[in-house]
Design a protein around this ligand. Structure first.
Ligand SMILES: Cc1ncc(COP(=O)(O)O)c(C=O)c1O
Length: 394
């Protein structure tokens, strides 16, 4: 049994989660950026120590064992069968999104994303001189759905060239079903829209939900889609900057690799390669146990809100370790809510508004932390909310 209850002090470790200005007040519990407060798989730690002891850190190149580890993980965990040639390492998925925007569209082309969504999607498009077209998701008070008439209309009316899919979808926690993915793919195929499927959260899926790799929905999707995968969320390796981009179509692969070379991205990080191999080779049981722990945290949070703060609605996540919470009943505007969380509840969360249209009044909680920390955070929130209620009454 792995111990996810263990508290590891992350302050003064060059961590963006703990060492940035906002977290300097040690009462603040950071639950914003998507990295976990758990130590990674022991085999990953061991392999990194061993490689560090080797003492030579010259330029690196992936060996066959790197490719085989990616093939093994995707095949065994996701029934997603990829060929060695299809795998392109990049130093992160956001980098890959930017490369894809440049490889498959021209300046001022339109690129569509669903909203609300992981905010670097906008930046990846805009920083490369392309225009964001939004497809707003509908929220029925419990869950989010995509209206496929709106999805198609937005593509046609705006002559969209590329769609970036977030699958599972950060921040709303949806794991898209086969039927939804089929509709997305078929509409994009009909209108010659490239699809970039960001599947970084693919390993975090709960209950009866199942992650279906976009290529597995219909074989023809291989002709116009790339799939972004990575061990970084699953094994808490973000700073090792190693992602595995899967591109089956030869022409798309060439365009992507050309763009990668033109952007000056060369050999991968040796520690990232070693960690990826160890994680994908030995990590299955660790991830199984992690998922049980995370489900426990999510259940704990849902029960806490239902019993203590029923006016606040937790959107039940189908996937991710990020929980999207509807705080609109507190009646605060974005700035008030942000100040309240930081200064009164002493929680550093990702504010809903940064995810764009549909995000106002929501907060995203990262629950990949020991349960005792989550408990403390929720208690802090409850006391802060009780205090404003007393003040309003007085
Ligand atoms: C949907 C999504 N894509 C990409 C990333 C970041 O990927 P990377 O660190 O590999 O650039 C995140 C991190 O939270 C994410 O949620």
């Amino acid at each position: 049994m792995y111990n996810f209850d263990k508290i590891v002090n992350r302050r003064q470790t060059n961590s963006i989660k703990y060492d940035r200005e906002k977290a300097q007040d040690t009462r603040i519990i950071p639950m914003w950026v998507a990295d976990m407060d758990f130590e990674t798989l022991p085999e990953v730690k061991q392999v990194l120590i061993k490689r560090a002891e080797h003492g030579i850190f010259g330029y690196a190149a992936p060996t066959d064992s790197y490719y085989q580890s990616v093939i093994h993980w995707l095949g065994t965990r996701h029934d997603f069968h990829v060929e060695k040639d299809w795998i392109i390492p990049t130093p992160g998925i956001v980098t890959a999104l930017k490369l894809a925007v440049r490889a498959y569209t021209k300046p001022s082309d339109n690129v569509m994303i669903m909203k609300p969504v992981y905010y670097p999607f906008d930046a990846s498009i805009q920083l490369n001189g392309r225009t964001v077209i939004e497809c707003p998701l509908s929220f029925n008070g419990k869950q989010y759905i995509c209206d496929f008439d709106v999805f198609e209309q937005q593509i046609v009316q705006n002559n969209v060239k590329m769609f970036i899919l977030c699958h599972p979808h950060n921040p709303i926690g949806r794991v898209w079903s086969r039927n939804e993915l089929y509709q997305i793919g078929m509409i994009c195929k009909k209108h010659h829209v490239y699809v970039v499927s960001d599947e970084i959260h693919m390993d975090f899926v709960y209950g009866d939900n199942q992650h279906i790799a976009f290529y597995n929905v219909d074989q023809s999707f291989k002709d116009f889609t790339i799939i972004c995968t990575s061990p970084s969320k699953t094994f808490n390796l973000a700073a090792l900057q190693t992602s595995n981009i899967i591109i089956a179509n030869e022409d798309m692969r060439k365009k992507f690799v050309d763009e990668k070379i033109a952007s000056g991205i060369s050999d991968p990080n040796i520690f990232g390669l070693e960690a990826c191999i160890a994680a994908y080779t030995y990590g299955a049981k660790w991830v199984d146990e992690l998922l049980v722990y995370l489900q426990g945290n999510i259940d704990y949070m849902k029960t806490f809100f239902a019993e203590h703060l029923p006016e606040i609605k937790v959107i039940d996540p189908q996937g991710l370790y990020l929980v999207w919470v509807d705080m609109r009943s507190l009646g605060m505007n974005n700035q008030e809510l942000e100040d309240f969380m930081l200064k009164k509840a002493h929680l550093w969360l990702d504010e809903g508004y940064i995810f764009g249209t549909g995000g106002d009044g929501f907060e995203r909680f990262n629950v990949a932390c020991p349960r005792s920390v989550l408990k403390q955070a929720l208690e802090q929130l409850e006391s802060a909310i009780k205090e404003i209620k007393v003040t309003v009454r007085a």
